[in-house]
Ligand binder design. Structure first.
Ligand code: COA
Length: 175
């Protein structure tokens, strides 16, 4: 991958992004969200989004992820057995991640996740954040496991996976 080809920037709901309406990551729900709901979600402050632009293709909207604040329950983290925890655990949730099918399998998903971890790491210096949580599509669970996430539930390979990466691990990676 040419490192200068892509740039990740904060999604600005006032901007128009080239081919956002044609974004296709292979997941119908995520595609529909990008086409119809992303702008509104961000302008209402329900999430912030970060978009990957392809500089070799008119700054095409090529990948994105969204982050929001979230609360886990101490029971959700039982499997990590880290001693007693308060009932409510403050986290960041990665709600959506998608890479256009035309550029999947080239390390872009990993690059987007690295960008997200850096943001969570920085935010955790100012706001209490215990870790990064996400609900993974069954087909993406192995992708997140390969990045160091732990699966919190005992679900099978056909179920949505509740995935978690603690801030202590993120700090070890990035401090
Ligand atoms: C999941 C997704 C974001 C991965 O993006 P990508 O750019 O193809 O991923 P990368 O090329 O960065 O791959 C990173 C690593 O994960 C692996 N990987 C990628 N997708 C995978 C998958 N679905 N299952 C298992 N491993 C996967 C790759 O082999 C690679 O491993 P390596 O570095 O050891 O070679 C992308 O496939 C996508 O948008 N899928 C549809 C939407 C979706 O499922 N989003 C997640 C919802 S929770």
């Amino acid at each position: 991958m040419n490192d200068n080809r892509f740039v990740i920037e904060k999604f600005e709901p006032k901007n128009t992004y080239y081919q956002q309406k044609k974004f296709d990551c292979g997941n119908h729900i995520i595609n529909k969200f990008v086409h119809s709901s992303l702008k509104k979600q961000v302008s209402q402050q329900f999430s912030q989004a970060f978009v990957l632009l392809d500089l070799e293709n008119k700054e095409r909207f090529s990948a994105f992820y969204t982050l929001t604040s979230f609360k886990l329950n101490a029971n959700d983290l039982e499997s990590l057995s880290q001693g007693s925890l308060p009932r409510d655990i403050p986290c960041v949730r990665l709600v959506m991640l998608g890479v256009d099918t035309s550029i999947q399998g080239q390390g872009i998903g990993r690059k987007m996740m690295s960008d997200a971890l850096h943001r969570v790491h920085r935010a955790s210096k100012d706001i209490g954040i215990y870790g990064l949580y996400l609900d993974a599509e069954p087909s993406a669970i192995n992708f997140y496991l390969s990045l160091g996430f732990t699966r919190l539930d005992g679900g099978g390979s056909e179920d949505i996976g509740k995935m978690f990466l603690s801030i202590s691990v993120i700090n070890q990676l990035l401090d």
